[in-house]
Design a protein around this ligand. Structure first.
Ligand SMILES: CC(C)(COP(=O)(O)OP(=O)(O)OC[C@H]1O[C@@H](n2cnc3c(N)ncnc32)[C@H](O)[C@@H]1OP(=O)(O)O)[C@@H](O)C(=O)NCCC(=O)NCCS
Length: 157
């Protein structure tokens, strides 16, 4: 007899640690085609005071991840990466990670969140725009493959 698959549970967001590395790398290679974060970079970000890696899980499975950078003396935090697993999309994983990233930035006394989004990425643009992010510029050739990025920012005050 085979066990029924577990039903989707509540999405839980927490800080990543080294045990998440394999799952983070699997997610990264499934979701992104350019500008991938390597295992060594993930490991450094997990250990760094100037970075925060968040994971969204449900029943122990990794559903999504976010990477946030802080700079000493800067009032801005930077959301460098946000991804949800293809099979988990539309369940609020991206929004939960974004909320947790903003809460973490506020706890670090950051007044602003900055991020870049690929010009062609309408889903992510909609996520950010409906959560209060304002577009304020274009960075031509921002991505490793030459793609252009829109710059967004949100006042966290
Ligand atoms: C962008 C991404 C993180 C959204 O993750 P998700 O878990 O599906 O997002 P959620 O279910 O929390 O949806 C949040 C909002 O995103 C927007 N959104 C998500 N999928 C969308 C789609 N296919 N079309 C339009 N808007 C979409 C909606 O505004 C949605 O809000 P709503 O449910 O209140 O309408 C996910 O699609 C992803 O990982 N994409 C590939 C990687 C990527 O583009 N990362 C962002 C780089 S800046």
């Amino acid at each position: 007899m085979t066990a029924d698959p577990e039903p989707p549970g509540r999405v839980h967001v927490r800080r990543a640690d080294a045990v998440d590395l394999d799952a983070l790398l699997r997610l990264e290679t499934r979701v992104f085609r350019s500008d991938l974060i390597s295992r060594a970079q993930y490991r450094r970000h997990i250990d760094s005071d100037s970075a925060l890696v968040l994971v969204a899980t449900d029943n122990g499975n990794l559903l999504g991840a976010a990477v946030l950078f802080f700079r000493r003396g800067s009032a801005s935090a930077r959301l460098y990466s946000l991804a949800s697993a293809p099979e988990a999309r539309g369940r609020g994983v991206g929004a939960a990670l974004l909320r947790a990233a903003e809460a973490a930035a506020r706890r670090r006394r950051c007044q602003r969140m900055r991020l870049e989004v690929r010009v062609s990425n309408r889903a992510a643009q909609r996520l950010y725009e409906t959560r209060g992010y304002r577009r304020h510029g274009l960075h031509a050739g921002y991505y490793e493959d030459g793609g252009d990025a829109l710059r967004y920012a949100k006042d966290l005050g």
